[in-house]
Design a protein. Structure first.
Lengths: 390, 529
């Protein structure tokens, strides 16, 4: 197969971390990535099937890993070298179009009996992601045995497979995985009817969170914090009532909620009052800091974007008695439905395809990654690899 | 010796005409206008009253259509004296302030009559509260020491304990007023009438009114029908205020004292601002060069402080007192004597410089919304009969329009700029969609009452003030403006005056006529279309 592989290389990791973010266009060449011909991944055991990816997204977590910004927290549950790519729409050998639920939990690993989390259906919380018949990895796309979406072949366990409804274009299907993350985050927040919600960051995760909010809750006013024009337009299209920019976010939320604004001697302003719930979708520390400052007392702040190591003033969390909720991935939601099924339902009701802004063949991976790194500024949302393209 | 005062002048530009001065925010610029352009210069300052204190005494002893003030004063009565706030005059006048002189006379009469229950209220309406130092400067040390802080205060239009609903005019306008003023046996209003828009029935119902009241005339519909604000007979704003004023006058004894000033807006150091460029001496030219290059080099804060420390050598040209309408008629007569300049015909293009100061940024920052208010609200509307520019014509203004706001004075302006104008610049849309939210916002209300913030609704009024110009003009161009800011405001930017004129030709053609309003000092073109 043709694939992009990420290898362990300390010098390249250091180089990409040092220069990758500051020098546009350089990161894909500095990062320990190589495109080439590799052997197809082997079927690890019973219940595993081959999937030929058609489209595979470039996710923020992929970019964080490539640029050396990802937390080392994950290193015990990642096995190198691996083929990245966990947002995948592909076909089985019989031609069935599928998306994969990438979490490699007990069922896929052949762990019996399953851990408590998997037994409950909370596969995202599986505690056996370093056990079983395949190498340690939290998901497909981080595992040396399974392949990933950035290659022309991967293997997946039947528990990971979801059939794509007829009529749903690949461009929408490739967003089902991040949409499931967004749906899970939205349900984690237990939104009450008419609550005011801020969605901070309007990349793919932010926009899909807005879509999920409108489809799965009776939230009141939804305010999107979006830096770029395309993001702002998409946020409104998908259901945000207002859009504001990061620099205006605090004042915009104040205005919308009727809160009072306080300006400390040093540091950013904060609100007495504010939004009921904030979803931080960019993984940016400054944005998270803002969320803490604009969410009302005993409100909820949901971490949707992958956060890294950050220095943030936690005084507002203490002072406002905020509930800070992580929202990693999907599984079985409290309403008894699988998050992926909810996401597929939403994808059938909401036009997500326009969010895919650019497709690249694997051989143009450098341009693709460069584009994805700067997606917002380039008026783009989701950049994907087109595995059928030559 | 009496000082001669030349009337205003309409000068036609020819090849010998030197470049003309434009105010340009916190600096000035010289621009060469094409031959054939007209420059409308203000009249020179009228001779001042020789003995202002005596004139004040005479006015209150011989009022128009009312008993003398001393006859209205008696022991045991409740007396409230309302005073125009810091928005007048512009710039602040050299001391003593005209209001101080009037107050001292009125309070002397009150003391002689044995009136004990006296309260002085700054009629700041929905403007920011004046600081202690600003009030002290305005009323003078003697009055300040005698009354501050218990009997001299700012009006709080959001204080439910100090507001009373008086009733509704025959046009359905709700009248709500400062309770202390309404419950007084006599309300004396002390005014400075800088321009024809000020004073008269506009003083009490607006200066001591609340949002509930003021919204009936400070709205897009009314302001679109006010042509112009400086021509009260043709101003729907004034018609509404008059109805409210008359309604109040039926229920409350109001004694109006109005003062007029000459237009000596700048001290002698800045003579070049008031003189016609043809008459600039070598000293004026040197001063211009020194001032403009000095201001350019100064850090923002120092430049700002320097300019706002300028006090005008305004002098009193008249004092009238008595019943509001009769008094105001005399005031306008006197004002027109100073201000009116006859202009024949409208131009295709009107040019004007926007200065560093306006009514709502004294000791503050002229933010972009206030720039619009000054240019399209005040200067465009500075006319009687007809605008200086023809319908569909172009207004060219000079101002750098930085995105700068005073965070204490103008908090709701920041949100107006960032949120409201990002959505729409159409006054009607803005009014319908956002006004109520801003007017009732608790934080703005809190800051208006306890800090020094303009009321939450105030930026809307500034925008509405420009509605007539927006509706009337074909294009508005800011020379030297910040592109992003001007674009947010809904207008266009040009780097130079020549570029602006080139851009204007798209709207009015290449043979366009141009009239430059050489203002401030303030004056009032009476335009024959």
């Amino acid at each position: 197969m043709i694939a992009i592989e990420l290898k362990r290389s300390v010098p390249r990791y250091a180089a990409s971390k040092l220069a990758g973010r500051t020098t546009p266009g350089l990161l894909p060449y500095l990062a320990p990535l190589r495109v080439g011909h590799y052997d197809d991944p082997e079927i690890p055991g019973e219940g595993w099937v081959r999937v030929a990816p058609r489209l595979s997204g470039i996710c923020g977590s992929d970019l964080a890993m490539i640029s050396g910004d990802a937390s080392f927290y994950f290193s015990p549950i990642v096995s190198m070298p691996f083929v990245p790519g966990h947002e995948v729409v592909g076909t089985l050998d019989d031609g069935t179009r599928v998306v994969i639920e990438p979490v490699l939990a007990c069922a896929a690993r052949g762990v019996e009996p399953p851990c408590e989390a998997c037994a409950r259906g909370d596969v995202g919380l599986c505690v056996r992601t370093a056990h079983g018949i395949i190498a340690p990895a939290l998901q497909t796309g981080f595992c040396e045995d399974t392949g990933g979406g950035w290659g022309t072949m991967l293997v997946a366990h039947e528990s990971q497979i979801h059939r794509v409804p007829d009529g749903l274009p690949d461009e929408a299907a490739v967003l089902i995985e991040p949409l499931a993350c967004a749906a899970h985050a939205v349900l984690r927040a237990n939104i009450e009817p008419d609550e005011t919600v801020v969605v901070s960051g309007a990349g793919t995760m932010g926009l899909l969170t807005i879509a999920a909010l409108r489809q799965l809750t009776n939230a009141g006013r939804v305010i999107a914090v979006a830096k770029h024009g395309r993001q702002q337009r998409e946020a409104l299209r998908l259901g945000a009532d207002d859009v504001t920019t990061p620099s205006n976010a605090t004042r915009a939320v104040r205005l919308a909620t009727g809160a009072h604004l306080h300006s400390p001697d040093i540091g950013d302003a904060w609100l007495a009052g504010g939004t009921d719930v904030s979803f931080e979708c960019s993984g940016n520390a400054a944005a998270l800091d803002t969320c803490f400052r604009i969410t009302r007392g005993r409100g909820r702040v949901v971490l949707v974007g992958l956060p890294g190591a950050a220095k943030i003033d936690l005084a507002p969390v203490w002072h406002r008695e905020l509930d800070v909720l992580g929202a990693y991935t999907y599984g079985m939601e409290s309403n008894g439905q699988r998050t992926f099924d909810l996401a597929i339902g939403i994808a059938q009701r909401v036009d997500l395809a326009p969010l895919v802004s650019a497709k690249y063949p694997l051989t143009r991976y450098a341009e693709a990654i460069d584009h994805a790194m700067d997606a917002g500024r380039l008026d783009s949302v989701k950049v994907v690899f087109d595995l059928d393209a030559k | 010796m009496t000082r001669s005062s030349r009337p205003g002048l309409v000068l036609e530009v020819d090849r010998r005409t030197p470049p003309v001065l434009f105010h340009n925010g916190e600096n000035f610029r010289l621009e060469r206008l094409p031959s054939g352009s007209r420059i409308v210069y203000p009249p020179e300052p009228l001779e001042a009253l020789k003995h202002p204190e005596d004139a004040i005494a005479r006015a209150v002893d011989n009022p128009h259509n009312a008993d003398p003030l001393r006859a209205k004063l008696r022991p045991g009565m409740k007396l409230t004296i309302a005073i125009d706030d810091i928005s007048l005059p512009l710039p602040q006048m050299q001391l003593p302030d005209a209001r101080q002189l009037v107050l001292e006379r009125v309070l002397t009469l009150a003391a002689e009559a044995g009136v004990d229950d006296v309260e002085l209220v700054v009629a700041n309406s929905l403007h920011r509260r004046m600081t202690e130092a600003e009030i002290r400067r305005m009323v003078g040390e003697r009055v300040f020491r005698s009354f501050w802080p218990d009997r001299l205060r700012n009006f709080d239009a959001e204080d439910p304990d100090d507001v009373v609903f008086v009733g509704t005019t025959e046009h359905g306008e709700e009248v709500e007023l400062c309770k202390r003023a309404f419950e007084s046996d006599l309300l004396i209003y002390v005014n400075i009438n800088l321009v024809a828009m000020d004073g008269g029935h506009k003083s009490v119902p607006v200066g001591l009114g609340t949002y509930r009241s003021i919204r009936h005339h400070h709205n897009v519909g009314t302001l679109l029908e006010s042509k112009s604000y400086m021509h009260p007979e043709r101003s729907a704003l004034h018609h509404s205020a008059s109805r409210m004023g008359k309604f109040l006058a039926d229920k409350l004894d109001i004694f109006t004292i109005e003062t007029t000033l000459n237009n000596a807006a700048f001290p002698s150091l800045y003579d070049f601002l008031s003189k016609r460029e043809l008459e600039w001496s070598l000293r004026d030219q040197a001063t211009y060069l020194a001032v403009t290059s000095g201001l350019k080099r100064l850090p923002d804060q120092m430049r700002h402080k320097l300019l706002h420390s300028i006090a005008s050598p305004y002098e009193l040209t008249g004092v009238n007192a008595g019943e509001t309408e009769a008094t105001h008629a005399k005031t306008l007569e006197n004002l027109h004597r100073q201000h009116v300049v006859q202009v024949e015909g409208q131009a295709d293009i009107m040019t004007c410089g926007v200065p560093y100061i306006g009514p709502y940024n004294v000791n503050s920052i002229m933010n972009p919304i206030l720039v619009v208010c000054m240019g399209l609200g005040y200067f465009f509307n500075l006319y009687r009969n007809a605008p200086l520019v023809r319908p569909g014509g172009v207004l060219i203004l000079t101002h750098p329009t930085p995105r700068a706001f005073h965070p204490v004075h103008h908090p709701s302006y920041i949100d107006f700029f960032d949120v409201v104008l990002a959505d729409s610049t159409d006054p009607k849309v803005i009014e319908q969609k956002y006004e109520k939210q801003f007017a009732e916002d608790e934080w703005y209300r809190h800051l208006y009452r306890t800090s020094y913030a303009y009321h939450g609704v105030h930026p809307f009024y500034m925008w509405y003030w420009a509605a007539h110009a927006m509706d009337y003009l074909g294009d508005v161009i800011f020379v030297g403006g910040d592109r992003a800011v001007v674009s947010r405001l809904g207008f266009r930017t040009a780097t130079t005056m020549a570029d602006a004129l080139e851009m204007a030709s798209e709207t009015v053609g290449r043979r366009a006529s141009i009239t430059h309003l050489h203002c401030p000092p303030l004056f009032l073109p009476e335009v024959t279309p």
